[in-house]
Ligand binder design. Structure first.
Ligand SMILES: [Zn+2]
Length: 88
């Protein structure tokens, strides 16, 4: 596998976002994602579909979303992924 995804599970700030659920290593992961702007709402099942859903959702929130605060939050997550905090 190339690159790990780090989905947001049940974002505490609001009811929208990306949710990924994997009950056990033997079950298929399921995910749904929706955006506060109402222009993005999808669900997926299976590892490949879930990964691509997460990527598309993040891309929407970072680049395409009409809401500036959504884009700002996504840009921050993007920055954090590229600059991981070192744990001491
Ligand atoms: Zn949006």
């Amino acid at each position: 596998m190339s690159g790990r995804i780090t989905p947001t599970i049940c974002d505490p700030d609001h009811g929208f976002g990306i949710r990924v659920r994997l009950d056990s290593p033997k079950t298929l992961p399921v995910a749904d994602a929706d955006c506060r702007c109402g222009q993005f709402a999808e669900s997926a099942e299976g590892e490949v579909a879930v990964q691509s859903l997460v990527i598309r959702a993040e891309r929407h929130m970072r680049d395409d979303c009409p809401l500036p605060e959504v884009r700002a939050a996504a840009a921050l997550r993007d920055w954090r992924r590229r600059h991981p905090t070192r744990r001491t």
